[in-house]
Design a protein around this ligand. Structure first.
Ligand code: SPV
Ligand code: MG
Length: 553
C-alpha cells in the first residue's frame, strides 16, 4: 500500500498479509471462491458480501471505463483502478494481468508495481498482446511456450513479497488446441514457477475442464472461471479438486442491469419518486465509503474547540415582526444574502467542531429542511415560550452543550471566545448595549448586571459573574445585554436539565424564557459566568434588522 493511500476499512488486526491470505486461499484443501470487482466500491461490496478475495477482471474494469477488453486501457490506467480497489478492501486481490502487457520486461515492472500497491496476485494468459477476450469467437493465437515461461520467471523474480502469487492461465482449450496441449503448457508453466494454473474454457459443459483436472492430478492448485459452464453444480468442482473458483464478471453485468433500469425509469417518469425507495440511501453511500472513520480521524487530528459539544438552536417561533416574510417559514429560515439564517448558524457551529446540532422547530416546522441537523419539535409553540422549547431538547442536556437563539447573527470569533471561557454555565453579554439602544439598532430586551463591568484593561481578566438578568433590570445599573448564546459544561447541562424538570413541575416552564431560568439558577446558588462582547451581533426581529443583517454580512 502506498504511504498516502486512504485506508477506509477499519483495520482489524490481521494475522496474515493480503498476499499470505491469498496463498492460503489457493493452497487450502477447501475450495475457495473469489468474486469480480471493477472499482473501489464494487471491491468493497465483494468484501461486505463475505468473499475472501477479489477478482479484478480485465473485462469488467475495461467495460467500467467504457472501453473494450483489448488492452485499450493502458496498464497504468488499470493500475490506478487497482490501487483504489486495494485501498478499499482488506481482502486480497487477484489481478487479471492479461498477457502481462508486453514481454518479460513489461511483466517485471507490472509485478513490482502490483506488489507495491498491495495486490496479492496476478494471473497472466498465454496469448499475444494486445489480447482478445476469450469469449470472442475469433482466432486466439497462443504465446510461444518458452517465451511465456520466461515471463512467469520474470514475474516471480520481481515480486516484493514471498507470498505474492503468479498464476499461469492456459488458453489452449479456448484456442481449440485440446486438452493435451493444455496439459503440456500447464506442466511447462508449473516448472517455470507458476503458483497455480488457471484452465479456461468457453464451452457450456465442463467435460474438458474435468478431463484436464483428472490428468493434472493436483500438481499445483487449479483455478477455473465457470462463466460459460455456469450450470455445472458447484459440488462437481469440489469433486475435481479445484482450488479456486472465479465468478468473473457478475458485478459488472449486474451493475449494467441496475443502471439501465434506473436510467430508463427516471427518463420515462421524469421524477425520482418511483425510485427513491428502491436504491441505497446516500447515508449508505457514506457508510460504505467510511465516513465514520473520517469523523473519528478529524476529532483526533483536527481538534476544534467545539469538539465534544452539541448545540441546541431555539427556532420554534414565527417572528411575527417580519410580517409576510414569515408566512410560509419561521424566521430562522429567512434568506439573508442567499442563505437562511439557520444554515449560517449551523455552518458556523460545524466550523467550530460542533457537529451534533439539534434545532427545536415549531412554527412551519416543515420549512426547516436542512440536512445534517437533528430536530426536536415544540408543537405547542403558539402558546409556550423558549424554555418550553429548550425542554423539548432536554435529552441532549447530558453533555457539553451550546444553546443559541435561532434568530441571532454573530461573528465566529464570539463563538470561539465563548468556547474558551471556563465555567459550567457561561452566557454572552454585549457590553455596548447602550450603543445599540441609542442607534435604535434593535429592541434591547434583556439586560444583565455582572459583578464587574466590562473592562478594556489588558491586565483585567478576572471572571465576571451574573447577578441579575431580565427585562426589568434598571438601565442605570445594567452592565450588558443578554445576547442569546449560552455555554454549558456537562455538569452545567445537567444542572439546567434538572432546573427544567423543576420548572415543569411548578408550572413555570411553559411561559418561561432563558433569563428566568438563569435567575432561578443564581437564586439556587449556581454561578453563571458572563463573557462580554462589544457589539457586532444582531437579533432579527423586523425588516430593519433584516436589512442590517444583510449589511453586516
Ligand atoms: C476477465 O474477467 O476479464 C477474464 C475472464 O479474463 S474471461 O472474461 O472469462 O476471459
Ligand atoms: Mg480478462
Amino acid at each position: 500500500m502506498t504511504a498516502n493511500s486512504i485506508q477506509i476499512v477499519e483495520s482489524t488486526p490481521q494475522a496474515l498479509s493480503k498476499t499470505g491470505q491469498f496463498r492460503q486461499l489457493l493452497t487450502d484443501p477447501e475450495m475457495a471462491f473469489i468474486m469480480e470487482a471493477h472499482n473501489g466500491l464494487s471491491a468493497r461490496i465483494v468484501e461486505e458480501a463475505g468473499f475472501k478475495g477479489v477478482w479484478a477482471s480485465g473485462l469488467s474494469i475495461s467495460a467500467a471505463l467504457g472501453v473494450r477488453d483489448n488492452n485499450e486501457a493502458s496498464w497504468t490506467q488499470v493500475l490506478e483502478v487497482l490501487e483504489f480497489m486495494s485501498d478499499a478492501t482488506s481482502i486480497p486481490i487477484l489481478v487479471d494481468g492479461d498477457t502481462g502487457y508486453g514481454n518479460f520486461n513489461n511483466m517485471r515492472r507490472l509485478v513490482t508495481k502490483l506488489s507495491q500497491r498491495g495486490i496479492a496476485a496476478v494471473c497472466i494468459e498465454d496469448k499475444l498482446f494486445p489480447k482478445t477476450n476469450s469469449f470472442i469467437g475469433q482466432a486466439q493465437p497462443l504465446a510461444d511456450i518458452d517465451e511465456f515461461c520466461g515471463k512467469i520467471k520474470a514475474g516471480k523474480d520481481s515480486q516484493l513479497d514471498d507470498d505474492f502469487c503468479v498464476i499461469a492461465r492456459i488458453e489452449a482449450l479456448i484456442a481449440g488446441w485440446g486438452v493435451d496441449e493444455a496439459l503440456r503448457r500447464g506442466e511447462a508453466y508449473h516448472e517455470a514457477g507458476a503458483d497455480a494454473v488457471l484452465i479456461h474454457s468457453k464451452v457450456a459443459e465442463p467435460d474438458e475442464i474435468f478431463t484436464f483436472c483428472k490428468e493434472w492430478g493436483n500438481r499445483s492448485p487449479v483455478v477455473i472461471v465457470p462463466t460459460m459452464y455456469y450450470a455445472t453444480p458447484t459440488q462437481q468442482f469440489r469433486d475435481h479438486d479445484i482450488s479456486l473458483v472465479i465468478w468473473a464478471n457478475h458485478n459488472m453485468r449486474a451493475a449494467m442491469q441496475a443502471m439501465r433500469n434506473i436510467s430508463e425509469t427516471i427518463f420515462r417518469t421524469e421524477t425520482l419518486a418511483d425510485v427513491e425507495d428502491t436504491i441505497p440511501t446516500v447515508g449508505e453511500v457514506f457508510k460504505i465509503t467510511g465516513n465514520d472513520e473520517l469523523a473519528a480521524a478529524e476529532a483526533r487530528y483536527l481538534p476544534k474547540r467545539g469538539a465534544g459539544y452539541n448545540a441546541v438552536v431555539l427556532a420554534a417561533s414565527r417572528g411575527a415582526g417580519l410580517g409576510p416574510l414569515t408566512e410560509d417559514r419561521p424566521k430562522c429560515m429567512i434568506d439573508v444574502r442567499g442563505q437562511p439564517l439557520l444554515r449560517r448558524q449551523v455552518a458556523m457551529l460545524n466550523g467550530a467542531g460542533i457537529r451534533d446540532v439539534t434545532v427545536v422547530r415549531g412554527y412551519r416546522k416543515e420549512a426547516i429542511d436542512l440536512l445534517s441537523i437533528n430536530t426536536a419539535d415544540n408543537d405547542r409553540f403558539a402558546d409556550t415560550g423558549e424554555l418550553y422549547s429548550l425542554n423539548c431538547a432536554r435529552k441532549v442536556l447530558n453533555q457539553p452543550t451550546l444553546v443559541t437563539y435561532g434568530d441571532i447573527l454573530f461573528r465566529d470569533y464570539m463563538l470561539d471566545t465563548l468556547l474558551r471561557t471556563d465555567g459550567d454555565i457561561v452566557i454572552v453579554a454585549d457590553a455596548l448595549w447602550q450603543d445599540r439602544e441609542q442607534s435604535a439598532e434593535g429592541l434591547v430586551r434583556d439586560l444583565i448586571i455582572g459583578d464587574a463591568a466590562f473592562s478594556t484593561d489588558y491586565l483585567e481578566d478576572s471572571p465576571v459573574h451574573l447577578l441579575e438578568v431580565g427585562n426589568d433590570v434598571a438601565r442605570d445599573t445594567a452592565t450588558g445585554e443578554w445576547v442569546g448564546l449560552l455555554k454549558l459544561s456537562e455538569a452545567g447541562a445537567k444542572t439546567v436539565a434538572g432546573e427544567l424538570v423543576a420548572m415543569e413541575a411548578d408550572g413555570s416552564l411553559e411561559k418561561g424564557d432563558v433569563p428566568s431560568l438563569l435567575t432561578r439558577l443564581i437564586a439556587g446558588g449556581h454561578k453563571v459566568r458572563v463573557q462580554y462582547i462589544t457589539g457586532q451581533w444582531l437579533d432579527i426581529d423586523d425588516a430593519l434588522d433584516l436589512a442590517r443583517a444583510r449589511n453586516l454580512l
